[in-house]
Design a protein around this ligand. Structure first.
Ligand code: ADP
Ligand code: MG
Length: 262
């Protein structure tokens, strides 16, 4: 990367170049290349098993990449380059790289024995070393932001799926990420609860958060996405402005898939 690119702020937040990943004999990512710039919302669609979750998990280093290059901001994920040589990072450095990336899963994975605010302060207290009063004040502001001002002290079991997912979003934001990954965040929700979660994500995008969202919510992708990527069998088969991809899909697999979800 050249100095001038850095000065212009042109460094992508995520850049994948010909990424490969296998689980044993199963070649899951077969050359994924894409870029996400600061403030962009990239939506990812594709059939089950096409490698969408694996791709997100590689960015967040829940999985290791086997081949290709994965850059997050100006660093190689899991590696450092020094004097033209590639070194694997140690655990501490990997933890540091992961810290700026928030992830929200299909299942909310909240700590069931902790209140909403307790779930949100956990990371800042433990991983960021914040003091209690600052962490609690910030957590309450985040719960306000996701529309849960009246649920600070509720336990996950007392919350609807949509409310739990909003706590999960607040919990991820509490770590002050510069990139948010969403893996089918509304797929496990009853239909009437989907909108409240999408609204929170839309507001987050409006605030300028860089986001990668695996979703089959075509309306969200059209309205909020800057780019829509369609994945199939471990590669990006089509990519472009969501309106174009949804309105006039070019690839037969995209056409077939959209005809089923629309
Ligand atoms: P998607 O999110 O698009 O549905 P995934 O990335 O979850 O796809 O999975 C892609 C493929 O990789 C599937 O065939 C899945 O069974 C396989 N896979 C994912 N994770 C693992 C794992 N930890 N071990 C073995 N196979 C896996
Ligand atoms: Mg998945």
């Amino acid at each position: 990367m050249s100095q001038s690119q850095t000065e212009q702020g042109a460094t992508p937040v995520v850049r994948a170049i010909d990424l490969h990943k296998s689980f044993g004999p199963v070649h899951v990512l077969r050359g994924v290349s894409l870029e996400v710039r600061a403030g962009e919302v990239l939506c990812v669609m594709g059939p089950s098993g096409s490698g969408k979750s694996t791709f997100l998990r590689c960015i967040n280093q829940l999985e290791r990449v086997d081949g290709g290059e994965l850059w997050v901001r100006d660093e190689l994920v899991g590696h450092k380059l020094r004097d033209g040589k590639l070194y694997e990072l140690r655990e501490r450095e990997i933890a540091r790289q992961r810290r700026g990336i928030g992830m929200v899963f299909q299942r909310f994975n909240l700590f069931p024995h902790m209140t909403a605010v307790g779930n949100v302060v956990e990371g800042p207290l433990r991983a960021l070393g914040r003091n209690r009063s600052d962490a609690y004040a910030a957590a309450r502001r985040l719960l306000d932001r996701v529309g849960l001002s009246d649920k600070y002290d509720a336990y996950p079991g007392q919350l609807s799926g949509g409310q739990q997912q909003r706590v999960a979003i607040a919990r991820a934001l509490a770590m002050e990420p510069y990139l948010m990954l969403f893996d089918e965040p509304t797929s496990a929700l009853d239909p009437e609860l989907v909108g409240e979660v999408l609204d929170v994500m839309k507001a987050l995008a409006g605030d300028g958060m860089t986001m990668i969202v695996v979703t089959h919510e075509v309306g969200f992708a059209r309205e909020v996405g800057d780019t829509l990527v369609f994945m199939d069998e471990g590669i990006v088969v089509e990519s472009g402005p969501p309106r174009d991809v949804v309105g006039a899909p070019q690839h037969p697999r995209t056409k077939e898939f959209l005809s089923r979800v629309l």
